[in-house]
Ligand binder design. Structure first.
Ligand code: AMP
Ligand code: ZN
Length: 136
């Protein structure tokens, strides 16, 4: 299914031009227009799924396989030193375009991309609470 109001549906399906690094029957991989570092790319499924909650399992599995292929090739091409693979779900998590996508962000020694999170400390209460809730 496509969503006619979705910009990533239009890009993924070639209705809006993009800097395409790779394309197959299920996906298009494009350069992000607001890159965190040189070579920041996005994997876009051609079908519309808002996020990880909604994506078809098979498509999700294929997307991760494709991430491995792209990261491997691009590491060689770009000469980067590492990669962040990031995937945001929901506005609270920083998602701004509500069509599932994976960010492939090359990292270079001493780059100043500077994203991450402040680490806390796992408390016994949180650990027990989560383990208890997950019990079937
Ligand atoms: P997210 O915050 O995970 O939803 O990421 C959306 C990403 O899409 C951002 O990194 C934007 O820079 C990027 N983006 C938005 N519009 C376009 C576009 N038309 N072409 C390429 N990248 C885009
Ligand atoms: Zn879409």
């Amino acid at each position: 299914m496509k969503d006619e109001n979705c910009i990533f549906c239009k890009i993924a399906n070639g209705e809006i031009p993009s800097a395409t690094l790779y394309e197959d029957e299920d996906f298009r991989v494009i350069l992000d227009l607001g890159p965190a570092t040189k070579g920041h790319a996005l994997i876009l499924p051609k079908e519309h799924y808002a996020n990880l909650y909604e994506i078809d399992e098979e498509v999700a599995a294929k997307a991760f396989k494709l991430a491995k292929k792209m990261v491997t090739e691009l590491t060689e091409v770009l000469g980067c030193d590492g990669y962040n693979v990031v995937q945001n779900n929901g506005a609270a998590a920083g998602q701004t375009v509500f069509h599932f996508h994976m960010h492939l962000i090359p990292r270079y020694k001493n780059d100043d991309a500077g994203f991450g999170w402040k680490t806390g400390k796992l408390t016994d209460v949180d650990r027990d609470d989560i383990l208890e809730r997950l019990k079937k």
